[in-house]
Design a protein around this ligand. Structure first.
Ligand code: ZN
Length: 318
């Protein structure tokens, strides 16, 4: 891959020749979290300058691209344009090779967060008689750095599923089982996993509710789920811009209200929440529980987010 070295970000992005407006798209009719059908348009352009609009659900505050590219268009996007686009945005080469340093650091940090729960899994405290957790599934596992690290650190047998063939090719070098595809579409038969990782991936999914439902079914009785989000609120406050917090690679934008609601509704209890050192990511370690389909973000918190977004859009940067 060649990288246009223009010091000008819009020129670097334009040099990729990606025509976002011409990509096949579909409208989102129902909120993926609560099912409501009335939305608020938050922006006109994304951080790359593409005409991508995010909507927020009037009832629960879930934020998502609408319209958004079809699954097929996203498939092509990840196969060719995604890494070059992120490289052009940041002005440095980011590919399946170079992301691995960052992923190693991330893996070591997340290992520390997960470690206290790895003895007894999702069993109540005191369950140290239980056999150790043995199997792991990394969803959207990219180049396998994180899966390989966790497998070594905790003695787990790792399986990785990712739609990007280039990243899967890198992952094979760690000797872990790889599946090229999407977890929503893949048939795992009667296989179950003691630990499921959804690392820096949930915002890229096209159906979060459907994926979490599937993950819940894939978890063993003592199984754990690790999942993390880019906190949308942190992203727009950091940049003092809603446009800068929106990017076509993320169909969804989660918050500290919407992600826990998703988890409770899908049948997960959050055991511990962690705020990353970058002040942008929030991580959750969860165990299986009975789904609570009634849980939604508090209306007052949703109203506060809308108020804050209007303020960030209209008020000068402090
Ligand atoms: Zn909603």
């Amino acid at each position: 891959m060649t990288l246009t070295t223009s010091p000008n970000r819009p020129q670097r992005i334009a040099a990729l020749g990606f025509d976002y407006a011409a990509q096949p798209k579909e409208w989102v009719r129902d909120c993926n979290l609560c099912g409501a059908t009335t939305f608020v348009v938050l922006n006109r352009r994304d951080r790359y300058g593409y005409p991508a609009q995010a909507n927020a659900c009037n009832r629960c505050g879930l934020v998502f691209l609408n319209p958004r590219m079809t699954a097929e268009a996203y498939g092509r996007f990840y196969d060719g344009i995604y890494r070059p686009l992120v490289s052009a945005y940041h002005g440095r080469l980011i590919d399946a090779q170079t992301v691995q340093d960052e992923q190693r650091e991330y893996a070591a940090d997340r290992e520390q967060f997960v470690r206290p729960f790895m003895v007894s899994g999702g069993s109540p405290p005191g369950g140290s008689q239980d056999p150790p957790l043995r199997t792991m599934l990394d969803i959207g596992g990219s180049t396998g750095v994180v899966a390989g690290h966790f497998a070594n650190a905790f003695g787990l047998t790792a399986t990785l599923i990712d739609p990007a063939p280039l990243e899967i090719a890198q992952a094979k070098q760690f000797g872990i089982e790889t599946i090229t595809g999407l977890v929503e579409a893949h048939d795992f038969g009667d296989r179950r996993f003691d630990l499921v990782l959804i690392c820096q991936t949930v915002d890229h999914l096209l159906d979060i509710a459907g994926t979490l439902k599937k993950v819940r079914e894939l978890l063993t009785e003592r199984g754990l789920l690790f999942i993390d989000i880019v906190d949308f609120r942190a992203a727009y406050l950091r940049n003092w811009s809603v446009d800068e917090a929106i990017k076509i690679d993320h169909p969804f934008y989660l918050t500290e209200q919407t992600m826990p609601a998703y988890l409770r509704r899908a049948g997960f209890d959050v055991l511990r929440t962690d705020y990353a050192a970058d002040h942008l990511h929030v991580s959750y370690i969860c165990r299986g529980a009975d789904p609570d389909r009634g849980v939604l973000p508090e209306p007052a918190a949703v109203a506060e987010m809308f108020r804050e977004i209007r303020f960030v859009r209209n008020a000068p940067r402090p």
